[in-house]
Design a binder for this molecule. Structure first.
Ligand SMILES: [Zn+2]
Length: 72
């Protein structure tokens, strides 16, 4: 499925998890940082724990589990 860059609305044709094209990504983060972000997010996506690792950086996993259950 085609995604669009959140900055310039250009189509993104690869399956990256970040909705930012290469040009904007490099402009915002710099080339090294952008590549590192893509690599880190790609690895998290491969393991299937991207959502968990994003949220658990703010909240401890135990608390997250409890709130998720009470919402459902
Ligand atoms: Zn862009």
């Amino acid at each position: 499925m085609a995604k669009k860059c959140i900055y310039c609305k250009a189509d993104i044709h690869d399956d990256r998890v970040l909705d930012v094209c290469n040009r904007c990504g490099v402009g915002v983060w710099g080339e090294k940082m952008f590549n590192a972000i893509l690599r880190n997010m790609g690895e998290a996506n491969d393991k299937g724990d991207l959502c968990n690792s994003n949220i658990s950086s703010n909240e401890p996993p135990a608390k997250l589990g409890n709130s998720r259950i009470s919402f459902m």
